[in-house]
Design a protein around this ligand. Sequence first.
Ligand code: FAD
Ligand code: DLZ
Ligand code: SF4
Length: 510
Amino acid sequence: GKTLRMVLGDQLSRDLSALRDADPEHDVIVMAEVWDEATYVRHHKKKIAFIFAAMRHFAAGLEAEGFTVDYRRLDADDDAIASFTDALRAAVERHGADRIVVTEAAEWRVLAMQQGWADLFGIQVDVRLDDRFIASHADFARWADGRKALRMEYFYREMRKATGYLIEDGGPAGGQWNFDADNRAPPKDGLDFPERPDWTVDETTREVLDLVGERFGDHFGDLEPFAYPVTRRQALHYLNWFVEHALPDFGTFQDAMVTGAALMFHSHLSALINVGLLDPRECCERAQKAWRDGAVPINAAEGFIRQIIGWREFIRGVYWRNMPDYGDSNALGATRDLPDWFWSGETHMNCLRQAITETKENAYAHHIQRLMVIGNFSLLAGLDPKQVQEWFLIVYHDAYEWVEMPNVVGMALYADDGLFASKPYASSGAYIDKMSDYCGSCRYRVSVKNGPKACPFNYLYWNFLIENRETLAGNRRMGMMYGTLDRMSGDKVEAVRDDAARFFRGIAEA
Ligand code: FAD
Ligand code: DLZ
Ligand code: SF4
């Protein structure tokens, strides 16, 4: 009998554990565009198009190698196929298979399906580890077990030692593990951002864009222009381009936000890494080489490598340790509905307008926009964590539950009561004003603290501290802010409360 090797939409790596020993003579590769995956949330049109286009190109590459690929298009005639399980059942019958090989899914939901297949089909199913991640589940458990608090920084140091990246003479290159202090420069006038590589849309991608336009036309976001890499070759080109042209300034301006510059010096690689077109190790190795060659400063190379072997791996570890209940976390009891302008960008708060509009256009916003503008607002306004999670899962092209959930629940919303963040990332308008050029053209005044003209972040910040005193006042890192709050006059506190109440009444038009 045949062996089926099923490859999911975020497993597009030729070196995938399920494909490594594949044999064109005896094996059939199964891939499927299925309704359940395309609609379990109403993904951004660009996100679906990217995944389908990358899947189709990947399948074509395997065929060129001589493999039989049983690839099911979403618009195939047989519309009985809704899920991975349906697609696989049909393939088992069609090919008379007696064995299935898969790589563990990145999401809990899909791994549970994979684990049910052996019983369901009555044949052998090998679920292999996904060694595209550098830390295995066992590695993370070994590090995390027995620790009271999980801190990325300590995990990251272990990862540096394990990979040897930026290690010299047994210690961190440059004498420090972390150069984050050098990576907080505000934007300055006349910053020049490098122009991104672009590709003409080929026939395969054109077909996908037409399909997505037809079937998902009512989903959030702009489908075109579509200019993202969809093949391994394009992805490598994009990586090399990044290392040469943007990485040198990546560190210094990592936290800055500039109107009209959606990508700045960011890598824009997350979606390529998450679907498997790029390997996280090769990204780090190129950054390390550029530093060794003297082409990029240490704060850039270290900052970039930390995001990948530190944050990305750490976030995945947190996800698997806390599933399946992690998504229900709501430590601050937040219940407010998302305002409609989360879907349109039509708000007078210019920082949110810019970040959401760019998200609509590109299915992308960079980290500080996600965390300190959209995330910070969601935190201060007490938006329902479930709704915020769903929004983040829908709108970004790199969004898969394993990475979206801890970033939203733990990092942005503090809904897990500080499982890995030592305090909430809450801030007033002053932070946004310092790190961006947004406030100058905002209807609200960032320097005004109270009243209808005031920047809402200013009074919502204090209102947030007041409302969550019970949960947060015991946090030592919040002590100073609660000290300040306690010295506020009764009038000032009342003004904060009144402003917040007025804001929430009119939030739809804010
Ligand atoms: P760069 O700034 O160039 O960073 C380099 C790489 O490091 C990224 O490509 C990414 O692979 C990795 N990385 C950086 N930060 C993180 C992080 N916090 N967690 C995991 N990986 C990280 N990232 C996703 O990939 N998918 C998501 O769904 C997602 N949702 C997020 C939601 C919120 C509320 C926040 C605050 C962050 C989220 N992130 C998510 C993390 C981060 O914002 C994005 O990875 C990053 O903005 C992608 O852009 P880039 O490739 O230009 O990143
Ligand atoms: C996100 C996504 C979408 C939109 N569509 C598909 C699909 O049709 N077929 C597929 O194999 N994968 C898709 N994906 C990615 C999967 O949701 C992802 O592989 C699982 O969530 C496991 O992490
Ligand atoms: Fe955002 Fe406030 Fe600045 Fe307006 S004034 S852009 S709302 S931080």
